[in-house]
Design a protein around this ligand. Structure first.
Ligand code: FES
Length: 100
């Protein structure tokens, strides 16, 4: 899990079982940097107030109604390609999760 700056946007990249997920770096609670939190399996825990998220689905675990802002991401050879203009819907993330 790492936070990176891409064209002035801070992006969280997470690798879970060789699948890359990309999210806006800001916690939906109070905008803390998610990369400063911890990752256990597919559960990201925000360092500040300990909200937890399923990074494969982009949804909150605690609280469940929280949602990460998912970004479109693709791998091409060894490059990570990000589409910063189009967010990935939670439904698409859940569908991807179900396909794995
Ligand atoms: S800022 Fe992340 S849980 Fe509060």
């Amino acid at each position: 899990m790492i936070g990176v700056d891409v064209d002035g946007n801070t992006v969280l990249l997470v690798n879970v079982d060789d699948h890359i997920y990309a999210y806006a770096e800001a916690c939906p609670h109070q905008k803390s940097r998610l990369s400063e939190g911890s990752l256990t399996g597919k559960t990201l825990r925000c360092a500040r107030h300990h909200w937890e998220f399923d990074v494969c689905a982009g949804r909150g675990v605690n609280p469940q109604n929280a949602c990460l802002k998912a970004l479109l991401v693709a791998l091409e050879s060894r490059d990570i390609l990000l589409d910063l203009d189009h967010a990935r819907s939670p439904e698409a993330a859940a569908e991807r999760e179900n396909q794995q």
